[in-house]
Write a protein that binds this ligand. Structure first.
Ligand code: NAD
Length: 338
């Protein structure tokens, strides 16, 4: 059977919220197969078995499983490094959740490990694969809004101290040692990467101000980042854990010398949302995009599977380490975080 006819075999390391609710449905929707799981949690192992996947007792056993063509890492952030380094040593392609790691040191080690081993690596920036964002990039490239001047992002949510994605697990996101930071560390990677994807150029400098305003934990529950791209586009990004989920909280604006596009409810894990274009005369119109029902995760898993089987791709550890450096630079710029 040719590669293209055989469902792609995924191994999942960390079978929690994002893996169960988004990545695995996405890989199945894109014609892949959940071959195996490694997760120390008994409930995760039970669910993996129910789905016909092998629940391996160790990461090494999963990496040796011939049915596993690539792994998807969705553990808490401080555990990304060990999984990625093990995959690199085993020669297994690895798609790892954002942020790349809890610390820049870990991320640098991961990038070096995959580079040394020549193993395909990608950080799971699913929002690059959202059909609205793909259409928006094409529109910008085609000159719809003229010279791009600024990107403004609000990407916020509510995360209380007691929040947990899995019964019996603590809230690792509120623990700096496990998460590497708070709302900025968790949510800003998406906007930084998406800006670079949309504009097809790097963000080269950032500063930030963080707050601990509403939630009673030690990591930041809000942050504003100001940034600039290589060609001089300005970025203004607000991320927070202190915005009730029922409020408008997912908005992306791209402004140019001849118009602007506003994307509402496209940032996030789900399909859909809207794009609205306003031209320089003030005429407002919807900017249509296809695949309204296709989740960014389905497209992401399909793209990585194809890359692992040799298709052209733009996954890059070098690019993702640059985004990780920006997060580090953002925290370092805030006197409250020094
Ligand atoms: N791309 C996105 O939109 C998005 C959304 C949510 C989470 N994430 C990222 O995904 C990752 C996981 O987040 P989550 O919300 O699913 O967390 P979670 O707590 O729901 O799940 C983590 C899972 O990892 C397992 N685990 C713990 N130690 C492990 C180990 N040593 N080896 C293997 N598995 C282990 C836990 O048992 C749990 O099942 C984080 O890096 C997070 O930032 C990304």
């Amino acid at each position: 059977m040719a590669d293209g006819d055989r469902p792609f075999g995924w191994g999942v390391v960390g079978f929690g919220w994002v893996a169960r609710d988004y990545a695995v449905p996405g890989l199945l929707a894109s014609g892949g197969r959940l071959a195996a799981v490694f997760d120390p949690d008994a409930e995760a192992q039970r669910l993996a078995g129910e789905m016909g996947a092998t629940a391996h007792p160790t990461l090494d056993a999963l990496l040796r499983d011939p049915a596993v063509e690539a792994i998807y890492v969705a553990t808490p952030n401080h555990l990304h490094r060990a999984a990625v380094e093990a995959a690199a040593a085993a020669g297994v392609p690895v798609l790892c959740e954002k942020p790349m790691a809890a610390t820049l040191t870990d991320a640098e080690a991961m990038a070096a490990a995959v580079e040394r081993a020549g193993v395909l690596y990608g950080t799971a920036f699913d929002q690059r694969h959202h059909p609205a964002h793909v259409a928006l990039r094409e529109a910008i490239r085609g000159g719809l809004i003229g010279t791009v001047t600024a990107v403004r992002i609000a990407y916020c949510c509510w995360l209380g101290r007691e929040w947990t994605s899995l019964p019996g697990h603590g809230n690792w996101r509120a623990d700096a040692a496990q998460a590497g930071g708070g709302a900025l560390m968790d949510l800003a990677p998406h906007g930084l990467d998406l800006t670079q994807f949309l504009l097809e150029e790097p963000v080269v400098e950032v500063v930030a101000m963080t707050q601990r305003r509403v939630q009673d934990y030690a990591v930041d529950d809000g942050a504003v980042i100001l940034g600039r791209t290589a060609s001089g586009v300005l970025l203004q990004q607000h991320n927070s854990y202190n915005c009730p989920d029922a409020l408008p909280r997912r908005r992306l604006e791209v402004l140019g010398s001849r118009g602007q596009v506003v994307a509402e409810n496209t940032m996030g894990q789900t399909a859909g949302g809207t794009l609205t274009h306003t031209d320089a005369a003030g005429v407002v119109a919807a900017l249509p995009f296809g695949d309204q029902d296709v989740s960014p995760f389905a497209r992401q898993m399909a793209a990585f599977a194809a890359a692992a089987r040799g298709a052209p791709h733009d996954f890059s550890g070098a690019r993702d380490i640059a985004t990780m450096r920006l997060l580090h630079q953002a925290y370092a710029s805030d006197p409250r975080c020094r």
